[in-house]
Design a binder for this molecule. Structure first.
Ligand SMILES: [Zn+2]
Length: 343
């Protein structure tokens, strides 16, 4: 079945969405993950630092006071885009609330931690056309999600996720009536039948499949450029566990049976509404690969030396560091990949 980070319904995970870049991009700020037995350590879209303060979403007095606090900041979001300043230190454009355009407000949280740290700043998103800001430009998560600092990456991921959900769930799935925003942007309510509706996610599994010789399985989706390869991925189906989804997807896409399915990490992937859940699994590399003719253009095993050579020569392009796919591959590889796309 379908599903992956590229959002086109193919069975392999796209890392970058567009284009081919050389230029030796970095695997995020710290060079990505290292090989080993632990979980993934750095995931571009799983770095949020705010206390979401979900108990405040129904506290109108708090929300009003926070909105009127001159320290509070607003991220304007429209169609998955926000204003950001790029350059050496990319950052979101965060406006004082008095400068925010009119639009639906989402409370994103406060800069605070359980130990009493943080400066207490409250953050909101407003869904509205992006204002023109000197020195800034509209950008999406694919462009800046891996480049922003932790707080900003989390703010943008949260805001983009909510904005897409509100934009596409304006009607009640029970009665078809128009729904209203509630709980500071985290619920939609149907006044006709009283039902509440919560932001939806489409969980997808993504698998680092290796064999008994520690070779890595990479595949190419049918719509991809000839040099693009990634790990297998697919949507979780109703009534199945994540581990069952891993086994089913690998069986469907390349005809292999996996064992030792282990969780490695997850990150939101609001492009538009997935949660990517990463696993490792082991398959028998002596068994024939039988690619699904619809979802997989080709699939092959790689040693580290073979992958190094293929990437260095430009024959194969890896996913960019935004994706969990890239972090999974780097975990196996043992560090940043040669010639990674910059984002
Ligand atoms: Zn309804």
């Amino acid at each position: 079945m379908a599903g992956s980070e590229n959002g086109t319904g193919t069975g392999v995970a796209d890392g970058t969405g567009t284009g081919v870049a050389d230029g030796g991009g970095q695997a995020g700020k710290d060079g990505g993950n290292r090989a080993g037995g632990g979980p993934l350590e750095w995931l571009a879209l799983a770095r949020g630092t705010l206390d979401r303060a979900s108990d405040r979403r129904t506290d109108d007095a708090f929300l009003d006071a926070a909105w009127n606090d001159p320290r509070s900041r607003v991220l304007v979001v429209r169609d998955g885009q926000v204003n950001a300043v790029l350059g050496a230190d990319p950052a979101l454009v965060l406006l004082p609330t008095g400068e925010a355009p009119p639009g639906d407000r989402y409370f994103l949280g406060v800069d605070a931690d359980a130990a009493g740290g943080g400066d207490g700043t409250a953050y909101f998103a407003v869904a509205a056309p992006l204002p023109s800001v000197e020195g800034a430009e509209p950008v999406g998560l694919r462009r800046v999600g891996a480049l922003l600092p932790d707080r900003d990456s989390g703010l943008m991921t949260h805001a983009v996720s909510l904005e897409h959900w509100h934009a596409t769930h304006g009607h009640c799935p029970r009665c078809g009536g128009e729904t209203e925003i509630r709980q500071a942007g985290h619920v939609r309510h149907c006044p006709n039948d009283g039902s509440d509706h919560f932001p939806r996610l489409d969980p997808a599994v993504i698998m680092l499949v290796t064999d008994q010789d520690d070779r890595l399985l990479l595949a190419r989706g049918p719509q991809w450029p000839a040099d693009r390869r990634s790990v297998l991925a697919g949507f979780v189906e109703p009534g199945e566990s994540l581990e069952q989804a891993v086994a089913r997807e690998v069986r469907e896409e390349v005809g292999l049976t996996v064992r030792d399915v282990r969780y490695l990490g997850s990150q939101p992937w609001p492009l538009p509404q997935s949660l990517m859940v990463g696993f490792s699994a082991v398959a028998d590399g002596s068994e024939p690969l039988v690619p699904d003719p619809v979802e997989i253009r080709d699939a092959a095993w790689f040693t580290r030396d073979e992958l190094t050579e293929a990437m260095a020569s430009g024959r194969i392009v890896a996913p960019g560091p935004l994706s969990i796919a890239a972090q999974l591959i780097m975990r196996w590889y043992g560090g940043p990949l040669p010639k990674m796309p910059p984002f």
